[in-house]
Design a protein around this ligand. Structure first.
Ligand code: NAP
Length: 158
């Protein structure tokens, strides 16, 4: 399949289209046809050579995607081929397909298109979890967002 890989540490010009091999989904894993991938600062740090992927993750970047379930690994019962999903990844999202653990998928919410949905798993979930689930932010309260120009910060403001 095709993936956007990093030819050498550096700027945007170091991203290149390559043919790569992706393994089959193992036990508890799902194969997804990627519709769109989010772009996060961590991807840029990886491209610059300052954020290596964790052991076992694909070499090519991409921490969040949206797409359609293509195939299931052994033991997966929570998803079915054709499901529209978003997924949080350890890497590898800049590609035509990804393999992700079933627990790292969420259903694409109704009314959200596939391209917009690719930004949900990382930046949106991070902002929501911190502010609403943990921080218990309520309507009418005032919130100071530092780093408001960044990926997480701009979502937090919204
Ligand atoms: N992206 C995610 O989904 C995600 C998930 C989990 C955790 N995080 C963590 O959340 C943090 C933000 O991530 P991000 O992806 O939103 O990064 P980002 O897009 O690079 O945003 C970083 C923000 O911090 C500001 N900033 C950087 N250095 C600063 C300094 N010395 N003084 C004041 N402001 C400074 C930047 O301002 P300028 O625009 O002026 O440079 C920008 O607003 C990181 O610590 C990251 O590890 C991110």
């Amino acid at each position: 399949m095709r993936a956007v890989t990093i030819s050498a540490p550096g700027g945007p010009g170091k991203l290149t289209l390559s043919l790569v091999n992706l393994g089959k989904p193992g036990p508890g894993e799902v194969l997804i046809d990627v519709a769109a991938a989010g772009v996060n600062r961590a991807d840029l740090l990886q491209r610059a050579g300052n954020y290596p992927p964790p052991a076992g993750a694909p070499e090519w970047p991409g921490l969040e995607i949206s797409g359609t379930v293509r195939a299931l690994g052994p033991g997966v019962t929570t998803w079915a081929p054709g499901d529209r999903v978003v997924a949080l990844l350890e890497g590898g999202g800049y590609a035509e397909q990804v393999v992700a653990r079933a627990a790292q998928l969420l259903p694409l919410p109704d009314g959200v298109d596939l391209v917009d949905g690719a930004a949900l798993p990382e930046a949106v979930c991070t902002a929501w979890t911190n502010l609403v689930d943990t921080g218990r932010l309520h309507a009418g309260e005032t919130l100071l967002v530092q780093g408001g120009s960044g990926g997480v910060g701009s979502v937090a403001i919204q």
